[in-house]
Design a protein around this ligand. Structure first.
Ligand code: CUA
Length: 325
């Protein structure tokens, strides 16, 4: 029975993924899984050993009659004491060595890594490439090491890709890095794993690993979509890309910020009691300096998009807003 139990547990373990973690899809997963399984199997082994011995000893050495005296009092056993010191010490050193080596490897991106900037904000991710292209999902070519340089516009977030076994805090006012080396194509879930407010559990994205040719094609399309699409359609893409939908609905539903439906052209009441006409200048100002004029009934929580959203993108976003009647 024990053998079959251990056998079925073994099915949950290893690189195949399953019960504990999704199937590994990055070279960075190998040392993590190796150490995790090593520690897990040590725990299972000693848990079973100790429980079995405990039950055997309780049965074998229990007091049989009320007046029975203890047979002997063992005070010292050098061989046993050395054994239970040396074996755990060797195991602890092995665990430390695997952990230390794995940590150093995870902290050191290969020199030929492709660099991508990551900006976290409440509650979305933005991935920017050296050629100026940016996207809400991280697209990378297969079998290429990727180094992420990450920062936050507001509060602490944490970048977590279970299939790659990588997790790193994203901190306002400084850069942190993490790297991975995707081993197969596919889509892999990105989580924010540091509680960052109301939309934390919605702060999701994907890593999309393409073949080399598909990646080049994606990059070409992504770099030129504003010139190739009708402006309102391109604006809808910009709206998606920068995570605007996390706070602004387009169907009239409430949110952290005002809905975009029917917003264009109205006289918007402000927290100061004044009113402002929702036109090109007001929308542009609200994107670049969100705290300048706060709509009545809302908190001043929007991060600035200064330096991230360019003029072309603001232009098509305004065209999209105009269509939301
Ligand atoms: Cu960002 Cu939780």
């Amino acid at each position: 029975m024990l053998a079959s139990l251990l056998g079925s547990m073994a099915g949950f373990l290893g690189q195949g993924g399953g019960f504990w973690l999704p199937e590994a899809a990055s070279k960075t997963a190998e040392p993590v899984d190796a150490l995790f399984n090593f520690v897990l199997w040590i725990c299972i082994f000693f848990f079973v050993l100790i429980c079995v011995l405990m039950i055997l000893f309780v049965m074998r050495f229990r007091r049989q009659r009320p007046d029975e005296e203890a047979l002997s009092q063992v005070e010292h056993n050098s061989a046993l004491e050395i054994t239970w010191t040396v074996i755990p010490l060797a195991l602890a050193i092995a665990i430390f060595w695997m952990g230390f080596k794995g940590y150093m490897d995870l902290a050191t991106p290969p020199a030929n890594s492709m660099g991508v900037q990551v900006q976290a904000q409440k509650w979305s991710w933005l991935f920017s490439y050296p050629n100026g292209v940016s996207a809400a999902e991280l697209h990378v070519p297969e079998d290429t090491p990727v180094k992420l340089t990450m920062s936050s516009s507001d509060v602490l977030h944490s970048f977590f890709v279970p299939a790659f076994r990588i997790k790193q805090d994203v901190v306002p006012g400084r850069y942190t890095t993490v790297w991975f080396h995707p081993t197969r194509t596919g889509e892999f879930q990105v989580y924010c794993t540091e509680y960052c407010g109301k939309g934390h559990s919605d702060m999701l994205s994907k890593v999309i690993v393409h073949s080399r040719t598909d990646y080049d094609k994606w990059m070409d399309e992504e770099g030129n979509f504003i010139d190739k699409m009708p402006a309102p359609e391109a604006g809808a893409k910009v709206f998606q890309k920068y995570g605007c939908k996390q706070c602004h609905s387009v169907d009239g539903a409430g949110g952290t910020g005002p809905t975009f439906k029917g917003l264009w052209g109205i006289d918007q009441p402000l927290t100061t009691g004044a009113k402002v006409k929702v036109d090109e200048n007001y929308v542009r100002e609200s994107i670049l300096q969100p705290q300048a004029k706060i709509a009545a009934g809302y908190e001043p929580v929007m991060p600035t998009f200064q330096g991230r959203m360019n003029d072309k993108e603001i232009g098509v976003l305004i065209e999209y807003l105009k269509t939301l009647k």
